[in-house]
Design a protein around this ligand. Sequence first.
Ligand SMILES: Nc1ncnc2c1ncn2[C@@H]1O[C@H](COP(=O)(O)OP(=O)(O)OP(=O)(O)O)[C@@H](O)[C@H]1O
Ligand SMILES: [Mg+2]
Length: 84
Amino acid sequence: MYIENISLKNYRNYTELNLTFENKVNVILGENAQGKTNVMESIFVLAMAKSHRTSNDKELIRWDEEYAKIEGRVRREIPQYHLS
Ligand SMILES: Nc1ncnc2c1ncn2[C@@H]1O[C@H](COP(=O)(O)OP(=O)(O)OP(=O)(O)O)[C@@H](O)[C@H]1O
Ligand SMILES: [Mg+2]
């Protein structure tokens, strides 16, 4: 199983974000404070219903917004991790 897609709304620094992942190794690149860890955190929250960085859920909601939403789509397919 692998995560095919993740959609964020008002999550941390993202107003809207739609990310599609490959059935392989995925690399997230970005400058400091661009939101790389926020993306990883959102996947953790979706899986565990809590953050690995804070116990205060309000921190996950984009400043001045009422709510945050995380949606994910997983596929049954087995990931292909082989690097060639
Ligand atoms: N609730 C929030 N609302 C708006 N922005 C937020 C919120 N929480 C965090 N941020 C912003 O998210 C950014 C940090 O994102 P993140 O930690 O994911 O960056 P990063 O790409 O992992 O950076 P680094 O390379 O330093 O690890 C900061 O600009 C911070 O102000
Ligand atoms: Mg980081």
